[in-house]
Ligand binder design. Structure first.
Ligand code: PRP
Length: 216
């Protein structure tokens, strides 16, 4: 909101690329950002009074909650895990995948009988909410930072809670989806104060994006 600019925090990588593609379709461009060799961290479209910066996905809700960004684009997995005080205003309908409980087929019985099992995940909050509040199953949750599929293979845990997109990582490692936790996709989030102060601009942006999403 600073000096009339609307500031966007985009989750680095594929998410940011897809977001910029979508923004181009509604006439929002940022030429500076296309330069692959740039070391710049913040990009400005002076004409539209938009600023963009790239951040690590899990940090996007933080920037938005504190108002350092008015708007963020981030996966629903991150929104659920971070549980910040922000408004989730739009499903951008890309990056569609699912949060699932996965493991070897043999773990099916352990889940069915609510055994006290170990669950490895990058998403301890989502996993805890699912097992404790939805399934009413007591489990031990182990936080990992990546390559989660390793955990049941090397005997760290019986199952994992992780993102499944094509299912090929699971398949190549002899694991399967045992239960589905929730659907995921890219979402737009908005700072609570910005939503009031910049309501007109943000509402117009949402309306324009909705028409692109509908046509795709
Ligand atoms: C994600 C996720 C799975 C994989 C799923 O990992 O954690 O491992 O993608 O995709 P698939 O169903 O299409 O195989 P990512 O590549 O983001 O890296 P990470 O293991 O370090 O989290």
């Amino acid at each position: 909101m600073e000096n009339g600019y609307l500031t966007f925090a985009l989750g680095k990588g594929r998410l940011a690329r897809k977001t910029l593609e979508m923004f181009e379709q509604i006439g929002i461009t940022c030429e500076e950002m296309k330069d692959k060799d740039t070391r710049k961290l913040i990009f400005i479209n002076e004409e539209l009074k938009f600023k963009f910066f790239l951040a690590k996905g899990p940090d996007v809700p933080t920037y938005v909650e504190y108002g350092a960004a008015d708007i963020g684009i981030v996966g629903r997995d991150t929104i659920l895990e971070e549980s910040r005080n922000i408004y989730e205003v739009l499903d951008l309908n890309f990056g569609n995948c699912k949060m699932c409980v996965c493991g070897p087929k043999s773990a099916e019985e352990l889940l069915k009988h609510h055994e006290l099992i170990r669950v490895a995940t990058k998403y301890p909050k989502i996993a805890k909410d699912y097992f404790y509040n939805k399934k009413h199953q007591t489990v031990e949750i182990i936080k990992l930072n990546g390559s989660i599929e390793l955990a049941p293979i090397v005997g760290l845990s019986e199952v994992i809670v992780d993102i499944v997109e094509t299912g090929s990582t699971l398949k190549e490692n002899g694991l399967s989806v045992l239960e589905e936790v929730c659907p995921l996709s890219a979402r737009m989030v908005v700072n609570q104060v910005s939503m009031k102060m910049e309501n007109e601009r943000i509402t117009r942006l949402i309306t324009d994006l909705k028409s692109v999403i509908k046509a795709s």
